[in-house]
Design a protein around this ligand. Structure first.
Ligand code: PHE
Length: 501
């Protein structure tokens, strides 16, 4: 009975769950942020630190999050309430934060859709024109969100699992095809690979480790409710430890491969065109939407095809990520208010779309330099990104580990997981110590340093940074207050409620 229940509304197979979770994990963070962060932070040294962070810290946190969702078979608020009634606010944060992320992630998603569809008509040098035409950006953001919405509306089994089973293998094939093509370009490939990977110890410092850790959390979709929610749709037939291993390996592989495509392509272009690489923007938004289109289009017609493949792949990666974060709030609204999935997902998408409009206009202003629309000195996208990634994501991941390590207890957690068929063997003691002490301390360090960096960028106090920190912690306090005033004593629903309808 237990099994049929979990199967009815949730993922139907281990591979379905793994691909959906990998779909959440693999996103702009892998295809775009990882490569340039690697190049910026000392190449192979950064890769090594990153892999260590994924294995030692990310994987442990992911096991905790999936486990929290799985044992509750419910949305994050109910899941944390089940651990301890006074912890339900962590679930509220885990629902609100990803919903904020949808508002800016979708704008970038809209950009990728525009660049994919326009691959054959020339994207190079068009970033400014496109970003400056607000209605166009809004339109493409709407298309991007509609793609995600259709999948979320179709449900976990009929939408998310089905789509992931097709899209994730497609993404992987596209990526491998693009990598092979680029590595065969000849000229410049070697230089690109060395720019990407040759270890440069002079660029490594304590902050490199923090960057690796932060990137690992973001890339694995941790600290944002997504893994708790997907975990809640799994039953005992799914081995959490093994699945986590596979999700981490897949996510890391995609990130590494993305760099193998991007930098050799860029260096091929520069050496052919006789351009000095240092004049090209290899970081941030420019790398993906300005430098890469130039590179692809300089290769001629084949370049256009590769450009299309590349952006199609980015669209897939971004859509499957945004699906997982729209699902977080949708699941809660469905369960708490007992309304239909279509209405819940539709309402959430509409609200986040409305917020994405000023975000896209602000980003457009930044990219065209025509006017300013900032909060605490940042464009709206960077502001929301900073608030969610720097402040909230570590807190939320930290609290998930504390909930498992200190409230459920590592022994009890490991017993429950072992009863479900997970095997820890000799690692049991090690994992207990990691969950209870090491991982929480390391995440707390990321949080503290993230805040210090905001307050004192380059060593000098920054009032804007203080504003961001204050606003974030105010929101944090507000959410805790809302929980204790309005949610704690009320019914917050379970997956089963959804199935009864
Ligand atoms: N992991 C995704 C990426 O790498 C981003 C993401 C964050 C997705 C949070 C879902 C939740 O881009």
């Amino acid at each position: 009975m237990e099994q049929t229940k979990s199967k009815k509304g949730g993922f139907t197979s281990a591979i379905g769950f793994i691909l959906a979770a990998a779909g959440s994990a693999v996103g702009l963070g892998n295809l775009w942020a990882f490569p340039y962060k690697t190049a910026e932070n000392g190449g192979a040294v950064f890769v090594f630190l990153y892999v260590a962070c994924v294995l030692l810290i990310g994987a442990v946190t992911m096991i905790c999050e999936i486990f929290i969702g799985r044992r509750a078979q419910a949305n994050p608020i109910t899941a944390f309430k089940k651990i301890n009634k006074n912890l339900g606010w962590i679930g509220l944060i885990a629902i609100v934060v990803p919903t904020i992320i949808v508002c800016y992630y979708s704008v970038l998603g809209g950009y990728t859709v525009r660049f994919a569809t326009n691959s054959f008509w020339g994207n190079a040098d068009n970033l400014g024109d496109f970003a400056g035409e607000s209605w166009q950006v809004i339109l493409f953001t709407a298309i991007f969100m509609a793609l995600a919405l259709v999948v979320v509306m179709a449900g976990v089994k009929g939408g998310i699992e089905k789509a992931s089973k097709v899209l994730m293998p497609a993404l992987f094939i596209l990526l491998v095809a693009v990598v092979i093509f680029v590595l065969c370009l000849g000229e410049g490939v070697k230089e690109g690979l060395s720019y990407y990977l040759i270890p440069d110890f002079s660029k490594v410092s304590f902050s490199t480790l923090l960057a690796a850790l932060g990137q690992a959390f973001y890339s694995l979709s941790l600290g944002m409710g997504a893994m708790i929610v997907y975990g809640s749709y799994t039953g005992k037939e799914i081995n959490i430890v093994k699945s986590t291993g596979m999700i981490c390996v897949f996510d890391t592989m995609v990130a590494l491969l993305a760099g193998l495509a991007i930098f050799p392509a860029v260096f091929h272009f520069t050496s052919k065109a006789g351009i000095d690489t240092s004049t090209l923007d290899l970081n941030g938004i420019m790398l993906m939407f300005e430098t890469l289109p130039k590179v692809f289009e300089s290769i001629g017609y084949i370049g256009n095809i590769i450009e299309f493949f590349f952006f199609a792949m980015v669209v897939i990666a971004a859509v499957t990520s945004v699906i997982s974060i729209i699902e977080v709030a949708s699941q809660f609204v469905i369960q708490k208010f007992k309304i239909s999935r279509k209405i819940a997902a539709g309402a959430i998408t509409l609200i986040t779309f409305a917020v994405s409009i000023p975000v896209s206009i602000s980003l457009g202003y930044l990219l065209t330099g025509k006017a300013q629309m900032t909060i605490f000195g940042l464009d709206w996208l960077s502001f929301l990104d900073t608030v969610t990634n720097t402040i909230f994501m570590p807190i939320c991941a930290l609290l998930s580990c504390i909930a498992v390590g200190w409230f459920i207890g590592p022994k009890q957690a490991i017993n429950e997981l072992t009863a479900d068929g997970n095997k820890f063997g000799k690692l049991e003691g090690f994992i207990s110590v990691m969950i209870k002490f090491v991982v929480p301390v390391l995440i707390a360090v990321i949080e503290v340093f993230g805040v210090v960096e905001l307050l004192f960028p380059n060593g000098n106090f920054d009032a804007n940074g203080l504003g961001i920190v204050l606003v974030s912690y105010l929101l944090f306090g507000l959410l805790i207050g809302i929980y204790f005033l309005f949610i704690k004593e009320r019914e917050t629903g379970t997956n089963a409620d959804e199935l009864l309808k």
